[in-house]
Design a protein around this ligand. Sequence first.
Ligand SMILES: [Zn+2]
Length: 192
Amino acid sequence: MKSEELLQGYREMKALLDGHFVLRSGKHSACYLQSALFLSDPVRAARAGEALAALLEPERPEIVLSPATGGLIIGHETARALGVRSLFAERKNDRFELRRGFALRRGMRVAVVEDIITTGGSVRLVLETVERAGAECVAVGCLIDRSEGARFPVPFHAIATLSLPVYEADACPLCRAGTPVDAPGSRGLSAG
Ligand SMILES: [Zn+2]
């Protein structure tokens, strides 16, 4: 799966829309991106996992670790394609913890997998989780990198890279042009 195929899949699942949107942060954007809609199709999710696994495989990960909840489904599909286990870490205040009996062996080679990387903040916290466990993160992978150049101390692979500028509400060019705000729900979507 190439970048174009992934983005086409997002569009077909209405997980990538053009318009004028107010994000949960209150900022405005000309794009709406919702991976959960794309990943709700198990066949597409499996194919995306295979594509991400192919990018991560050269780093020889022994396990996949994802931040909940965004990384859960794609982490699992990537792990399935790699033939390794998939764990997830859960946010508690300013860190991600392994719960539910999940553990990493010391020295274990870990791939951290996320759906979308926007600031890279969650992934950096998960890298700290790996470090606290004495394991070694060997790669970070995601479906779409919209970070405008986030860097990590390990190889970073994304199937697609997108530049999706966001604007402060009082500095939004779409507002200034009088473009009405779209609500994704108004287009027959279930996610908001
Ligand atoms: Zn606006």
